[in-house]
Design a protein around this ligand. Sequence first.
Ligand code: S3P
Length: 432
Amino acid sequence: MSQQLVEPLKQSLQGTIEIPGDKSISHRAVLFASLAEGKTTIYGFLRGDDCLSTIACMKSLGIKIEENEDYIVVHGKGLQGFQEPQSILDVGNSGTTIRLLSGVLAGQEFSSVLIGDDSIAKRPMARVTGPLKMMNATIDGRSLASYTPLHIRGGSLKGIDYHSPVASAQVKSAILLAGLYASGTTKVTEPSKSRDHSERMLESFGVHLEVTEKSVSLVGGQKLQGTTVQVPGDISSAAFMLVAGAVVPGSDITLKNVGINPTRSGMIDVLLEMGANLEILNKRRFGSEPVADLRIQYSALKGTTISGDLIPRLIDEIPAIAVLASQAAGKTVIKDAEELKVKETNRIDTVVNQLKILGVGIEATDDGMIIHGNSVISGGTVESFHDHRIGMAMALCGLISKGNVTVKDTDAIAVSYPTFFEDLRGLMKEVN
Ligand code: S3P
């Protein structure tokens, strides 16, 4: 099993780095390009394990994808261009791949089987298979298609007006993708707005959508046209570096080309609320997505409460935020975050249990956690449980702990941020 030893830093973090491509946007770029007619060139694609699973699945469905160092080219064949896969489609650790792909496969008349790793086997699929069945897809799987393996035979779909019980971009996107194959209009309404990368990117492929505050609809049968996509840096990866800059004394770091889509930027709001010295510089756009350079300098922080509509805007950043909060004055309360229980691990349990081992004052609640600030991190040995974001959060603790921190199972970090340790080392400069 892979592991990393992180020693307490004797210096600050300084310098500028470019954050790797956004995971959510990279998945969508490959998937939508495969549905499109003609060629799509994708710059800044995240070569993380999850997005490579999406590429492998699309290749198994007969799509030609050229992978170059700086860009990839997808030769889309249109909505009806897929071929029945000869073997099982393996999504690895990627929830986004299995859920979005289920939406596409619901539109295909052929048969396909989807599996993933041990984590995927525990993640709820009924939230996607339920509405896809309502649209007329035939889907089977463990516990009435609630868990993998999933078997999908689609075709002849009808549009639905679906009110999702959860704010989930994966659910919303799966239904909209199936909606492209359905008769009539498909509409999804959510309790709070989830990330809107699908809506933005479908529009840039030429699809017309109606978007209101909490709902999105589209008319089936619309064609996608190949285009060029520039993927911004992933704010969810940037989050770990932002926390490092905010908590390591004397630090001053700049992260270039970070996506600041308002449905993803809750982390920025929280940092500012907690008193971080954060500047948002050089705001611009990569296609339909807003980006900026983020400069963070070490400063005193105070605890806060994070709840409600803010949660979907920072759900993936909560492991990093827990580390940030451990160094703030006063307590931080995170609530309304039950969704953490169904991520790559149960992140209420894994964050709380692993941070406790390192000496952080933290308690689990039914829908989140309470983190006690000014915690002294003593050091020790912790595990990622093959959850990339848990691995990175624990590594951050090593930078500011009294003793060494050993993080086990760090290979998982390659799911979203393959160059995490390299980038961190690049920011470690000796101070005279
Ligand atoms: C994602 C949506 C979120 C997020 C996940 C990526 C996406 O999940 O946690 O990391 O790319 O659509 P949910 O849709 O389950 O909220």
